[in-house]
Design a protein around this ligand. Structure first.
Ligand code: SAM
Length: 261
């Protein structure tokens, strides 16, 4: 891996800083430096982000930037950037803009010809997908479904033909409801519940929707969830099926077939 001498922060830049989704050890060295050296931290919840900064011994001015003041605050942030400020944007957890505020100010900054940098790091979607065991080569991030039952059903129906792994965020209060909906819409698909990622009680539960319903009927699942559903193509071709005994798997060009696959 290349090590690069880190340049100082660039004036007039919006830094999108990913923060831990549970385990504070997941903050990156770059995130800490940006938070330490920026002029202001725009935060979804200033109290919560203030605690995070305090934990790492950082003290910077905080500015609230959340769903209901995004429009007004975006303009203010753009003005600060135009005057050369270095602004870090953080949300309560994970990557800004992923089911979290961020998109609006990013668009405004780009439209104003300002620099936007992503300080990459934790994101529940990536953590869940990569350890799920479902195909990662193509996926479709749905995020949160609407709250209303009819709208949820329609959205799930519209996703039926999407070929890649489907990735949902869901609140603990609706996880059983979602499993019921998946049992109706996708009864034969492999589903993975990624619970409490990076935290003490992290676990991955795998099975068909009905298997997972059986688990939630026995113990109530608490915490935060990412729900992954095998894509339309994945169930049609069972990937775990062993080849017939007298048939070797076909090798890709220039690749030895793996024994026992
Ligand atoms: N911006 C965040 C990200 O990069 O993942 C997501 C924020 S969204 C408001 C919160 C949702 O993300 C939760 O309801 C849950 O679906 C998912 N999530 C966040 N942290 C999680 C964790 N530690 N384990 C499982 N899911 C998590």
């Amino acid at each position: 891996m290349d090590t690069v001498a880190l340049p100082p922060l660039m004036p007039g830049t919006l830094y999108l800083v990913a923060t831990p989704i549970g385990n504070l050890e997941d903050i990156t060295l770059r995130a800490l430096r940006v938070l330490r050296e920026c002029d202001v931290v725009a935060a979804e919840d200033t109290r919560r982000s203030g605690q995070l900064l305090k934990h790492f011994g950082i003290s910077r001015p905080l500015l609230s930037y959340f769903q209901f003041n995004e429009a007004r605050r975006s303009e203010e942030i753009i003005e600060r950037l135009r005057h050369g400020a270095k602004v870090a944007l953080v949300t309560d957890a994970g990557s800004p803009g992923i089911s979290d505020p961020g998109e609006r100010v990013v668009k405004a900054a780009i439209a104003a010809g300002l620099r936007v940098e992503s300080v990459v790091g934790p994101c529940a979607l990536v953590g869940a997908l990569t350890a799920s065991g479902l195909p990662t080569d193509e996926f479709h991030f749905v995020g949160f479904l609407p709250h209303k039952s009819g709208q949820r059903r329609n959205r799930l129906a519209a996703l039926q033909s999407v070929p890649g792994t489907l990735v949902f965020y869901e609140s603990p209060y609706r996880i059983e409801k979602l499993l019921g909906e998946l049992a109706e819409a996708y009864p034969t698909r492999d589903v993975v519940l990624a619970r409490e990622l990076t935290k003490k009680f992290e676990e991955f539960l795998r099975g068909k929707p009905a298997d997972l319903q059986a688990i939630t009927a026995k113990r109530s699942l608490k915490g935060e969830f990412v729900v992954l559903v095998a894509g339309a193509d994945a169930t049609a071709i069972p990937r775990t099926k062993a080849p017939p005994p007298d048939e070797e798997p076909e090798a890709e060009d220039g690749e030895e077939p793996l024994a026992g696959v």
